[in-house]
Unconditional design. Sequence first.
Length: 397
Amino acid sequence: MSKKGKKDIENFRDLRERAEDFLLQRKGSLKPQDNYEDIHALIHDLQVHQIELELQNEELRSSRNELEKARDEYAKLYNQAPIGYISLDKNGIIKRANQTFLDIFSISSEEVIGKGFAEFLQEEDKNTFLGRYGALFRQPEGKSMIIKPRLKEKQIILQLNARRENQGDTLLVTLQDITERIEAEAKIQTLLEEKQLLLKEVHHRIKNHLHVVTALLSLQAEKAQNPEVQAALKDAINRIYSTLIIYDHLYKSEDFRKVSASQYLTQLLASLKDQFDSIHVAIHPHIEGKPLEPRFLLNLGMIINELVTNAFKYAFPDNRDGNIRVTFTRTPEGNYRLTVKDNGVGLPPSFNKEKSGQFGFTLVNALVQQLSGSMEIRNHEGAEITITFPAPEQVSA
């Protein structure tokens, strides 16, 4: 007991003795030993003490009411919580359970308290819980379990989380019904798989249609008598091939939102090499392999198709040997840079990209503008065309 407590008891005893003496004197059993002033002071002390006791009693009553109110509110929150609460000891025995937990299992408190929690789980989850509970009890923070309770009329899925209670010898375990979430996730997964299957079918059909179109154009080019018509048809075939390759990658891809730039552009350049069937000109690609959006890559592929086709057709007359270098990289500023350079005869001195009159460059200019890019042309030891444009996410923003 504290010194203050002992002093209060001594004061109370002294006050009580003085009060008894006073009462005895009032009754006449003893002769007065104190004068009138002492008696008056004693009465005053008794009155003050009585008021102090009344105030203390009121404070105690108020504190008790507050405690009862807080206890009732806690009990209400505990029992009406949207998730189940139980307290488990180190052996997994239930020490306490809230009403939500009892409602989940459709049982009474008497049927739960003192029972092992594992008894209320399905057999396969019972063994899992017993095998993992020791580690969970020793260190519950950051751990969770997905369990299935043993119920008669329904099947649900619970997520179990735990934390150590203040006493340290029990765990406060929360049990949340996540059945709807699991079912919703499964439904979303099913819909996603159906969507992917549908997209694969769409891409497959588009690819087949493009093959049909290129076959018809090839047949038409073979029958054409005019060389200019033949060249125009072959250019059209190459443009379709750049699109066809994208759909081929989309059909084989698991993620329709991204296509490997390295794989797509490398295949496109190989296709162009085969189309021109030139043994004198080599293509040297240097492509960064980061996956990009299909729409972005399609525009990029069409630009490369036009520039490389132009190099094949005009940079190396009379079957000159030559090289075409295609570089696609990311700049330190986060932009993309495409460079197509050949070591051929170069562009005419009077060449104007805006007024070239060639459909290919007209198409390139339109695609560069669509990608919010800029184009620079150098004519030194061949033609070098550099196009810089922001990354797809920057364009979208």
